[in-house]
Design a protein around this ligand. Structure first.
Ligand code: NAD
Length: 302
C-alpha cells in the first residue's frame, strides 16, 4: 500500500497492517465457528519494564479486536526461573493456547535462551526457538519472527518479484537482521548483511536496490547513501531527546527520512511503517498455529 509524497512513495505499513488484521478477524471468526473455540495467545510478562507493559497491553488489545483470545500472565520481577519454566510447560499443555509469547527482555537472572527453548516450537509464534530458526534456515515451514516477516510482506507488496535485486540488511540480530537476510535470500535477492564492524557502510548501501535498516541508531543512514529509486524499509524505533518545552522527544527511525525520501523510490515512515506490521504478524502467526493445532488447513490471504 503506497501513498504519494514529494519524492519517494510512502509505504503505508499502518494501512497494510489494518487490512491484514481485518482478514485475520474474518478467518479467526470462521475458525471459532468450526473449532468451537477462539484461537488463543498466551502472553507472559515478567517484571515491570514500562515499554514491555505497553507492548503487552497493545498485543492483548489487538488479539481481542481480531477475535483471538488473549491470556495474560503478569509475574513479579523476582519470579524464579523454575516458576517461569513451569508456567511455560503448563501453557505448552493447555489446549486453549495456540501461541505463547514471553515478552523480552526478561529481568536479570532469568536465562532468556532457556525460557525460549522450553516453549513448544509449534506454539512459538515469535519464531525465536532454535527449531524455528533452523526451519527458516533450511527452508522448512515454521514460525518466522514477526518484524522481518512484516518487512517482507511490505517489500513483496511494493516490488512483487525480488529476484536478482541487491539488498542490504543493516543489523544482524537474531530477531530482525538475520531472519530478514534469510527471507531475502529465499526470495532470490543478493544479500549483504552489514553490522557494527562493517567497513564502508555508505558505499555498500549505495549499491542496494533494497535497504533494510535495523540498527537502533537515530537517522544513521543518510539520504546521500541511498541509491536513486531504492526501496527503504526502516525498522528502527528511536526516541530523540525532548525539544525545549516538550515532555517527550520525537520518534525517528534509523534512516534520515527527510533526506532519503527525496532519493528513494519508496520508504517506510517512522512511526506508521514497520511498527504496526509486527503486531499484525503476531496475530497472523497465532491464527496459523491455531489451524495447525486443530488439524485444519491454513486459509489463504494470510
Ligand atoms: P540489536 O541491538 O539487537 O541489533 C542492532 C544491530 O545493529 C547489531 O547487529 C549491530 O551489529 C548493528 N549495528 C550497531 N551499530 C552499527 C553501526 N554503527 N553500523 C552498522 N550496524 C550497526 O537491535 P534489534 O533488536 O535488531 O533492533 C534494531 C532496531 O529495530 C531498534 O531500533 C529496535 O527498537 C527496532 N525494532 C523495531 C521493531 C518494530 O516492530 N518496528 C521490532 C524490533 C526492533
Amino acid at each position: 500500500m503506497l501513498a504519494a509524497t514529494s519524492g519517494a512513495e510512502l509505504i503505508d505499513g499502518k494501512a497494510f497492517a489494518e487490512a491484514l488484521r481485518a482478514r485475520i478477524g474474518e478467518r479467526a471468526a470462521a475458525f471459532a465457528q468450526y473449532a468451537g473455540r477462539r484461537p488463543g495467545l498466551a502472553v507472559v510478562l515478567v517484571g515491570e519494564d514500562p515499554a514491555s507493559q505497553v507492548y503487552v497491553g497493545a498485543k492483548a488489545k489487538a488479539c481481542e479486536a481480531a477475535g483471538i483470545a488473549s491470556f495474560e500472565h503478569r509475574l513479579s520481577a523476582d519470579t524464579s526461573e523454575a516458576a517461569l519454566l513451569s508456567l511455560v510447560e503448563r501453557l505448552n499443555q493447555d489446549e486453549a493456547v495456540d501461541g505463547i509469547l514471553v515478552q523480552m527482555p526478561l529481568p536479570q537472572g532469568l536465562d532468556e535462551q532457556a525460557i525460549i527453548a522450553a516453549i513448544n516450537p509449534d506454539k512459538d509464534v515469535d519464531g525465536f526457538h532454535v527449531i524455528n530458526a533452523g526451519r527458516l534456515s533450511v527452508g522448512q515451514e515454521g514460525f518466522i519472527p514477526c518484524t522481518p516477516l512484516g518487512c517482507m510482506m511490505l517489500l513483496k507488496d511494493r516490488l512483487g518479484d525480488l529476484s536478482g535485486l541487491d539488498a542490504v540488511v543493516i543489523g544482524r540480530s537474531n530477531i530482525v537482521g538475520k531472519p530478514m537476510a534469510q527471507l531475502l535470500v529465499d526470495a532470490n535477492a543478493t544479500v549483504t548483511i552489514a553490522h557494527s564492524r562493517t567497513k564502508n557502510l555508505a558505499d555498500i548501501v549505495r549499491r542496494a536496490d533494497i535497504v533494510v535498516a535495523a540498527v537502533g541508531r537515530p537517522e544513521m543512514i543518510r539520504g546521500d547513501w541511498i541509491k536513486p529509486g531504492a526501496t527503504v524499509i526502516d525498522v528502527g524505533i528511536n526516541r530523540l531527546p525532548p525539544e525545549e518545552g516538550k515532555e517527550r522527544g520525537r520518534l525517528v527511525g534509523d534512516v534520515a527520512f527527510a533526506e532519503s525520501r527525496d532519493v528513494a523510490g519508496a520508504i517506510t515512515p517512522v512511526p506508521g511503517g514497520v511498527g504496526p506490521m509486527t503486531i499484525a504478524v503476531l496475530l497472523r502467526n497465532t491464527l496459523v498455529a491455531a489451524h495447525h493445532h486443530a488439524g485444519m488447513p491454513v486459509p489463504e490471504g494470510l
